[in-house]
Each structure stands twice: as C-alpha cells, then as structure tokens.
Design a protein around this ligand. Structure first.
Ligand code: NAP
Length: 260
C-alpha cells in the first residue's frame, strides 16, 4: 500500500526515543519529512544525522514542551525549515506515578508534563493544518480507560487526550482535519525499561508476569506496531477515519481474561 507520504511534513514530539523514534523512522522510510520536537539532545542529534545520511529529510528542535513558548517555536521552526505541516503526532509524555498520596503539586506537575503541550502544539499548528487538511494523532494510553493505580496525574492527562481527540475531530470537521488517538498498553521502550528496572527487585520476573497476560502471542506490542498504525492514521489512506481510539495492544484491554 502506498501511503502517499512523500514530501509531506510531520512533527513528532518525543520523536527520538521509544514509540516516537519508531514513528519518526517510519515516516522517513515512507518518504515524509520529519521535525522531531523533544528534549534529549544527544540521542536526537544522533538519530537526525543517521536519517540524513540515509537520504531522509529530518530536523529537530530541542526543548521542554512544558514551555508554551517552546511549542510555538516548534511550529515556527517547522515552517521555516520545511514550509508546511501535514500532520502532528502528540507523543511526548511519561507515567510519573503521581497518585492520590502525592498531593496537589505533584498532580499539577504531572498534568503539565503530559497534557498541555498536546493542546499548545495543535493550537499553534492550526493555520498550517487548515491549509494542508492535515492529520493529528494523539498517543494516549490504556490507563485512560483501565486505570492503573497510583497515577492520578497521568491518568487524567491520558483521559483528557481522548476527550480532546473527539472534541478536535468534531471542531475540525469543516476543515477536513482528522484527529485520532492510539492507546498503547505494554510496549518495551527506554521509559518502560527504566520503570521495570527501577521499580522491581526482579524486573525480569515482573516483565514475564506482564507478558503472560497479553493475549495475542504473549508478547509486548512493538514500537513499530504502534508506528505502523500512526503512519496509517497520518496518511490519506485513512481518509474517512476521525475521532477514533485505536487500541493497539494484542487484546490486552478487551479480550476475555480467562484466555490468560
Ligand atoms: P520514552 O521512551 O521515554 O520516549 C518519550 C520521549 O518523549 C523521550 O525522548 C522524552 O524525553 C520525550 N519527552 C517527554 N516529555 C517531554 C517534554 N515535556 N518535552 C520534550 N520531550 C519530552 O516513552 P515511550 O514509552 O516511547 O512513550 C511515548 C508515549 O507513549 C507517551 O505518551 C506514553 O505515555 C505513551 N505510552 C507508552 C506505553 C508503553 O508501554 N511504553 C504505554 C502506554 C502509553 P526524555 O528522554 O528527556 O525524557
């Protein structure tokens, strides 16, 4: 299937690690141009150099997306480098475990870390997305619909991302801008590895316990499998899909528990 991404321009937040890295690589592999907006400079510059050497058009802007001015800069820089914006993948975020015991400050920090930049980037990109009839993909989480325990801020942000997916899909109908969400469940990424290693005395045993509960093939979803859904949603091949929550999780959330 030709996704027709050639020469189209996409912003990927958190686009140099984990799920975001897979999305950036996949867009580039499909002939698209990528602006990576993230905060870890070294790993990002390495990825940009690698992709450029392979002949892809990729750039990066380094900064914390919690700063609204930085979000504005991401859009300005993308226009200055590439001239247009055909799609935005809101992906940067982390499960920081700010639960009920953590208190109001931690809750607000967590929502700030995970939510406001999703809005800010869409707000500043809007004129350009209107021009291109672009596509927005919000990376949410299964936590938005299952809960997890001890992570109020992250759950609130991920749930709000789903609400905004529907709200923006409705709001942007007149402009033919499509808005969809992907809900990963268990994907091995640098963040997930760190969580396992730092949270459990026996991370391998914990990983095996989690994997055993994933119905399809008893394995984690790969970042590539999330990226494949993301590029499909960015492409015109999903031209009549909007306001949808795509749960790419090997049946983790919905299939009969007796199967595992
Ligand atoms: P990851 O490996 O940590 O990659 C996320 C990237 O986003 C990192 O490079 C991180 O930078 C960057 N980032 C985070 N907050 C940022 C900010 N405020 N400003 C700029 N950059 C920021 O995480 P991942 O596991 O791929 O997660 C990607 C998305 O998928 C997140 O929204 C997460 O909630 C969602 N998700 C993941 C899973 C999973 O199983 N992995 C499950 C459900 C949902 P640093 O390296 O500097 O932190």
């Amino acid at each position: 299937m030709n996704l027709d991404l050639t020469d189209k321009v996409f912003i990927v937040t958190g686009g140099s690690k984990g799920i975001g890295e897979a999305i950036s690589r996949t867009i580039a592999g499909e002939g698209g141009k990528v602006m990576i907006a993230t905060r870890s400079a070294d790993v990002t510059h390495k990825l940009v150099e690698e992709l450029k050497t392979a002949g892809h058009e990729v750039a990066a802007i380094i900064g914390d997306l919690q700063d609204t001015e930085n979000c504005k800069k991401v859009i300005e820089e993308t226009i200055s480098v590439f001239g247009s914006i055909d799609g935005l993948v809101n992906n940067a975020g982390m499960n920081d475990g700010a639960g009920l015991e953590a208190g109001p400050e931690a809750f607000r920090r967590s929502v700030n870390l995970n939510l406001f930049h999703y809005y800010d980037l869409v707000h500043y990109a809007l004129p350009y997305l209107k021009e291109s009839q672009g596509s927005i993909v919000n990376i949410s989480s299964k936590v938005a619909i299952t809960g997890q325990g001890n992570t109020s801020g992250y759950a609130a942000a991920k749930g709000a991302q789903l609400a905004l997916t529907r709200e923006w899909a409705a709001d942007l109908l007149p402009h033919s801008i499509r808005v969809n969400a992907i809900l990963p469940a268990e994907v091995m990424t640098p963040l997930y590895r760190k969580w396992l290693d730092q949270s459990f005395d026996d991370p391998d045993a914990k990983e095996a316990e989690i994997v055993a509960k994933i119905p399809l093939e008893k394995r984690m979803t790969t970042s590539q499998e999330i990226a494949d859904m993301a590029v499909f949603l960015l492409s015109s091949r999903s031209g009549h899909t909007t306001g949808q929550f795509m749960i790419v999780d090997g049946g983790y959330v919905h299939l009969d528990r007796s199967l595992t």
